[in-house]
Design a binder for this molecule. Structure first.
Ligand SMILES: *Cc1c(COP(=O)(O)O)cnc(C)c1O
Length: 387
């Protein structure tokens, strides 16, 4: 029996040819393919600056560094995310806290954030940055988050790992509300480069810092040198800050540019499958994802919620579907329940909406090449498994 995965990459012959072309060229890294990919990505997201990085986790780390997040500072994120959304702050020596989700959108709840900010202000412990996560590709309520950011004076770093091509109230994610946005190109995401990520910003100074930090903190730009008198030859460069090697290769960037050219088609395929799920699952006793006309979700994941009194619980539904060859998965185990975070004092019960959501969550197959026949099989098996 063939297993239908919850997600998988879509690689075309043109993608393969684009990668082969780089392999035949003289640049495997630091050549022309990276700036080309950055320009194409910036154009799609309607943003001035795009900085390609080795993965989104590295991108989140650089975003924190570029905003001077370090010891004694606080970063808040959503517990309903991958651990990288929180770890990035710890890399910089900062402290992490969480804001519970809205059970409908499964994104950070703006009202919960407002309440927590009011308390933190009185305690003199306001966050330096908040990292909202566009879960499954559904944009967070960025107008509300931006208003709070302006009121309390914190930065917004969007974890847009799921949100390539997503739109919020007419604005592309990355173009308007956040200070820095970070996208992932892991194979299960909207487009892939194998491993890879993109950091975007509208702020030129931030973009400049991000580029320097991505490559060892080194510059070769003659106008920036601290010791121009030392620059007696072409070899000369200066390290100004402690940076990293978080570069993307040209091999990956060529794949990324080629994938971007398929993006419209990928997005249309996901929307078509989502419309079918909404209809096909309408009479099945599961909670379907929140749907908004206000935003364009990129539909990275299709997460249903199962369980409830008298029904098989999520673990049982998961087991039944896996046994039937449906590769369901779970997104996410709330970050604060990870042993590493519990060791910092986080406890079950602190973010009840995220915990309750997690108890029923099940990601069902969604990717551009999923056929209608396969999707019909998925729905038949879900209908059997949840009762
Ligand atoms: C995938 C993912 C990341 C990490 O992305 P990588 O490119 O694998 O480092 C971070 N946050 C979220 C929400 C993700 O889904």
């Amino acid at each position: 029996m063939d297993v239908i995965p919850y997600s998988t990459q879509s690689i075309t012959e043109t993608d393969i040819e684009a990668v082969a072309e780089v392999l035949r060229s003289s640049w495997l890294t630091q050549g022309p393919a990276v700036p080309d990919f950055e320009a194409a990505f910036a154009q799609l997201h309607d943003v001035k600056h795009a900085v390609a990085v080795s993965n989104a986790t590295a991108g989140l780390h650089l975003a924190c560094l570029a905003l001077d997040i370090g010891e004694g500072k606080w970063v808040w994120t959503s517990p309903n995310s991958f651990v990288a959304s929180a770890n990035c702050a710890l890399y910089c020596g900062a402290s992490v806290d969480f804001v519970d989700i809205d059970p409908h959108t499964r994104n950070m709840c703006p009202e919960a954030l407002a309440e927590k900010l009011a308390v933190a202000k009185r305690a003199g412990r306001l966050p330096t940055a908040v990292v909202p996560v566009h879960f499954a590709g559904l944009p967070c309520d960025m107008q509300a988050l931006r208003a709070l950011a302006d009121e309390y004076g914190f930065y917004l770093i969007e974890d847009a790992s799921h949100a390539v091509g997503a739109r919020y109230r007419g604005a592309m994610i990355g173009s308007r509300y956040a200070d820095i946005s970070v996208f992932s190109f892991h194979p299960v995401k909207i487009i892939t480069t194998g491993e890879g990520g993109m950091v975007t910003t509208q702020d030129e100074a931030l973009a400049h810092r991000l580029r320097a930090l991505r490559s060892h903190g080194i510059t070769r730009n003659r106008s920036e040198l601290v010791h121009p008198e030392e620059a007696v030859g072409e070899w000369y460069y200066e390290q100004h800050v402690l940076g990293f090697n978080y570069r993307l290769t040209d091999i990956q960037a060529a794949l990324g540019s080629s994938q971007l050219r398929h993006h419209d088609q990928f997005a249309a395929a996901r929307r078509n499958l989502v419309a079918r799920y909404r209809e096909l699952l309408a009479d099945v006793p599961v909670k379907q994802p929140f749907y908004s006309d206000e935003s364009e979700c990129s539909w990275h994941l299709y997460v249903i919620e199962v369980g409830g009194t008298g029904m098989p619980d999520r673990a049982e539904v998961y087991r039944r579907l896996r046994a039937a060859g449906i590769g369901v998965n779970v997104h996410y185990i709330p970050i604060h329940l990870q042993p590493f975070y519990r060791a910092m004092g986080f406890k079950r019960g602190q973010f009840p909406n995220a915990e309750h959501y997690y108890d029923g969550a099940l990601s069902i197959p969604l990717y551009p090449r999923l056929t209608h026949d396969q999707q019909d099989r998925v729905v038949r098996e879900i209908a059997k498994a949840v009762v």
